[in-house]
Design a protein around this ligand. Structure first.
Ligand code: S3P
Length: 474
């Protein structure tokens, strides 16, 4: 078996970057326009699939090679946590990650706290794995993650045998003790959450008997797909608007190489930039287009966006395409609440597009946005208003009346700053994209948070013609 090559300079620099970032100094960025965006580009690997590829390959028998892994802070935190739990892994010079799985039930106690950084997905999915391992671990995170609710996973996982030794108010830092004899569970999700579903399924892997999750609304299904990829039998039965998902515990996972497709949530920022900047015609290659993730593209098409999927193909059972986006005049729409799960991370950038659209965009059924990396309803409303947009914050939604005050550029959005990003990568990127078409420069207080999910966002945007500077506007 491969040794955990922690001394290799590449592994150290990758994992070390994560450790440093939690203490990194805020760094303002200013966007002040863009040239036409054209040609082809790629976005980093899908964040959800990247987390799952490390967690599941770590439990498989044999060596899994992962190509296209997102090397963003969130995923690196999961890699570091799995390494600390005894999973040997290394990053090769060509960017491929090799993970030597320890088998279901094979994780060992870590000798330090597991720093999950900013990552809700990493923290919650890992809690699922820990539930059915007889070990104790402490999870810590940054200020944003430490304010996010964990009871949504602790409650069902507690019924499977997870003990919480220390948890002020069900939030991180948390010290957890997994069960020596975990119990299977049948659980109906009270919130539409792929993270909660996945945490329970992962706990079920080392639990004797049948673990069942009932999701009243369908959520992203990457865990189910990837479990099958590793040879696990998972039953998925449609039920109402959602699914019943069941697996028998203690099946073996067999190592199987993974190629991670581009992240549609990251692609949404590039697509939005192309829609805003006149004359743009951009193709984003190799993007995941799972129906559980493409609500944003469905919605912008309804708003009048010229978006097409080219070269559609399959990548380990998941659909992938090149997405071509051309600058388009947009109109406001009502986004059905039932679509929320398929675009839950895209509402910040959608609300920016809504401010550029003609007419009113209503977004409802978004209570979950209040407990993401920041309270995204409040933070977007405040930021959009400071750019002069007409926004109404609802208890569970947002209304944006686009182009209500038409200014010099025919849009009526002014430069502003610094926008408070509250350690939220998607808030930072959303307002930098807004700044590409506003009448003046838009500054965000901290661009370092973007490394959470899209580490090359700024250099890529600059290559494509965006003007983004490392300073506050004068
Ligand atoms: C994710 C699920 C979503 C999403 C998050 C990633 C996942 O959260 O917001 O960025 O990988 O399972 P919820 O499942 O809590 O809605």
């Amino acid at each position: 078996m491969l040794e955990c090559d922690r001394q290799s300079p590449t592994f150290k620099s990758i994992i070390g970057r994560h450790t440093l970032s939690s203490s990194s100094v805020a760094h303002p960025l200013t966007a002040s326009g863009a040239k036409v965006l054209s040609g082809t580009c790629r976005v980093p690997g899908d964040k959800s699939i990247s987390h799952r590829s490390l967690l599941l390959s770590g439990l498989a028998l044999g060596v899994t090679r992962i190509s296209g892994l997102l090397e963003g802070e969130d995923v690196l935190a999961t890699a570091a946590a799995m390494a600390a739990l005894g999973v040997p892994m290394r990053r090769l010079e060509d960017g491929t990650w090799e993970v030597s799985g320890v088998g279901v039930g094979g994780l060992r106690s870590p000798d330090r706290a597991l720093d999950m950084g900013n990552s809700g997905t990493g923290a919650r999915l890992l809690m699922g794995l820990l539930t059915s391992h007889d070990l104790t671990a402490t999870l810590i995170g940054d200020k944003s993650l430490s304010s996010r609710p964990m009871n949504r996973v602790l409650t069902p996982l507690g019924r499977m045998g997870l003990k919480v030794l220390a948890a002020p108010g069900g939030r991180l830092p948390l010290t957890l003790k997994g069960a020596a004899m975990p119990l299977p569970l049948t659980y109906e999700l009270p919130v539409a959450s792929a993270q909660v579903k996945s945490a329970i399924l992962l706990a079920g892997l080392n639990t004797p008997g049948r673990t069942t999750v009932i999701e009243p609304e369908a959520t992203r299904d990457h865990t189910e797909h990837m479990l099958r990829h590793f040879g696990v039998q998972v039953e998925v039965t449609p039920s109402g608007d959602g699914n019943l998902i069941a697996l028998e515990g203690q099946q073996e996972l067999i190592a199987a190489d993974i190629s991670v497709p581009g992240d549609p949530s990251s692609a949404a920022f590039l697509a939005a930039a192309a829609l805003i900047v006149p004359g743009s015609d951009l193709t984003i290659e190799n993007v995941l287009i799972s129906p559980s993730r493409t609500g944003f593209f469905t919605t912008v098409r309804e708003m009048g966006a010229d978006v097409s999927y080219l070269n559609e193909r399959q990548c380990q059972g998941e659909p992938v395409a090149d997405i071509r986006v051309r600058h388009s005049a947009l109109k406001g729409v009502t986004v059905p609440a039932a679509r929320a799960a398929s675009m839950i991370d895209e509402y910040p950038i959608l609300s920016v597009l809504a401010a550029y659209a003609e007419g009113t965009t209503r977004m409802e059924g978004l209570k979950e946005l209040r407990v993401k990396e920041s309270d995204r309803l409040a933070v977007m409303a405040a930021g959009l208003m400071s750019c002069g947009a007409d926004v109404e914050e609802l208890a569970e939604g947002l209304i944006v009346r686009g182009r209500s005050k038409t200014g010099a550029n025919g849009v009526g959005l002014a430069g502003t700053g610094p926008i408070q990003t509250h350690l939220d990568h998607r808030i930072a990127m959303s307002f930098l994209i807004l700044g590409l078409g506003a009448e003046g420069p838009v500054t965000v207080d901290d661009g370092t948070v973007i490394a959470t999910s899209f580490p090359n966002f700024v250099p890529l945007m600059r290559t494509l013609g965006a003007q983004i500077d490392d300073k506050e506007a004068a």
